[in-house]
Design a protein around this ligand. Structure first.
Ligand SMILES: Cc1ncc(COP(=O)(O)O)c(C=O)c1O
Length: 390
């Protein structure tokens, strides 16, 4: 039978052991044994992904997590990493070498920005940024040594959106790898491979876990692209722990239900905030006022769980707003069952220069709300009372 993705997110499971467990087992082991010296020698002679040797290389629980993400993202193969940043870094290190050039949207997660601007140039890899709102500016940045185009859509924290199909066509014409960070949407909402992306990566720490417990990352794509990534991760060691994989694969069983509720709550919050006297603008992919609303509607099945808004009073209002919250958590994570508010300009991004903040889309009054699974009435009430005090 051919099952729907939400069924596969629940029913894809490691082969049942002789114990006949119903829920998926956890293979919390660093290494695997062999029946004979010959079997052991054969395992080491073969670089195949099929033989379990050591959990830095592969592990059945981690494989189950990878298999599920592949099914949901419509990908052939994947690798899992200890964090989202390890997924980003492993992707760059596998496909970029000294003398290469990468084009990236300037609106990317802060640590990705740091890798692009501080580490890659140190190793002779050049980068160019483009504005997510001007995809037509990309073509002029392409050079003979351009190997990769990197985008987050929607971006963190600015919620900018790019037409994946448009950039995929451009990348194919110029033989450039298109890598999409799909962390904000999750495969329950958007499948970039269906629009032509070559590789899709995630910080699984966010909505994929969904309860703020573990860190993780994953990259999926065609087999021939994943094989060199597998060897990079196997040899350099940013592998995912089996325990984290077990938590994450259980989380995927509820991903579709959770993303529906996150998105319903987020849309209601965005609508409740529109026109509020204390704020200048509200941004949410499925609000008609979003500059890329039409693109969002084309490639996303809902608007996701993040809403941003701009406080009229800038930096000082941002601080007052956070201090006035009674229920929402003040923390820098996102994609949790608990609603979270953050004010990047005074916290996570306070050390960035004004130009750097502008490059990654951070304005003084920007507030990011990761809308949780609580009653929307309680979420809206807490935000409204905090707005009154700032
Ligand atoms: C869009 C995006 N990509 C990557 C990362 C990095 O993930 P991790 O914190 O799991 O390393 C984050 C973390 O917030 C993120 O939001």
């Amino acid at each position: 039978m051919s099952y729907k993705p939400e069924t596969k997110a629940i029913r894809t499971q490691t082969g049942r052991t002789q114990e006949k467990e119903h829920s998926t087992p956890l293979f919390l082991t660093s290494s695997f044994v062999y029946d004979s010296a010959e079997d052991m020698a054969a395992a080491f002679a073969d670089d195949s992904l099929e033989v379990n040797i050591y959990s830095r290389f592969s592990n059945p629980t981690v494989d189950e997590f990878i298999d599920k993400i592949c099914v949901l993202e419509n990908a052939e193969d994947g690798i899992a990493t200890g964090t989202g940043m390890a997924a980003v870094f492993s992707t760059f290190m596998t496909f970029l070498a000294k003398g290469d050039h990468i084009i990236s949207a300037s609106a990317v997660f802060g640590s990705t920005h740091t890798i692009l601007t501080k580490y890659l140039p140190k190793w002779g890899i050049d980068y160019s940024y483009f504005d997510m709102n001007k995809p037509e500016s990309i073509e002029a940045l392409i050079k003979p040594n351009t190997k990769m185009l990197y985008v987050e859509t929607p971006s963190n924290p600015g919620l900018d959106i790019i037409d994946i199909e448009y950039v995929a066509k451009l990348c194919k014409q110029h033989n450039i790898l298109l890598v999409v960070d799909n962390c904000f949407a999750t495969p329950a909402v958007q499948q970039p491979i269906n629009f032509g992306a070559d590789l899709v990566l995630h910080s699984a720490t966010k909505f994929i876990d969904g309860q703020g417990r573990v860190l993780g990352g994953v990259v999926v794509g065609r087999k021939e692209l994943i094989q060199p990534m597998y060897l990079f991760v196997r040899n350099t060691g940013p592998s995912m722990s089996p325990f984290n994989a077990w938590v994450l694969t259980k989380s995927l069983e509820t991903l579709y239900v959770r993303m529906d509720r996150h998105a319903n709550n987020a849309l209601k919050l965005a609508k409740a905030l529109e026109g509020h006297a204390k704020i200048t603008s509200v941004k949410y992919p499925f609000l008609e006022t979003h500059p890329q609303y039409a693109v969002a509607k084309k490639q996303m099945s809902n608007g996701g769980g993040i809403v941003t808004f701009e406080l009229k009073g800038g930096l000082e209002s941002g601080r007052k707003f956070l201090n006035a919250l009674q229920m929402l958590s003040m923390t820098n994570n996102l994609g949790d069952s608990r609603s979270i508010a953050s004010h990047p300009a005074s916290t996570t991004h306070s050390k960035l220069s004004a130009e750097e903040k502008a490059a990654v889309g951070i304005t003084p009054g920007l507030v990011r709300v990761s809308v949780g699974l609580e009653s929307i009435d309680d979420i809206v009430a807490d935000i409204m009372q905090a707005l009154e005090k700032c």
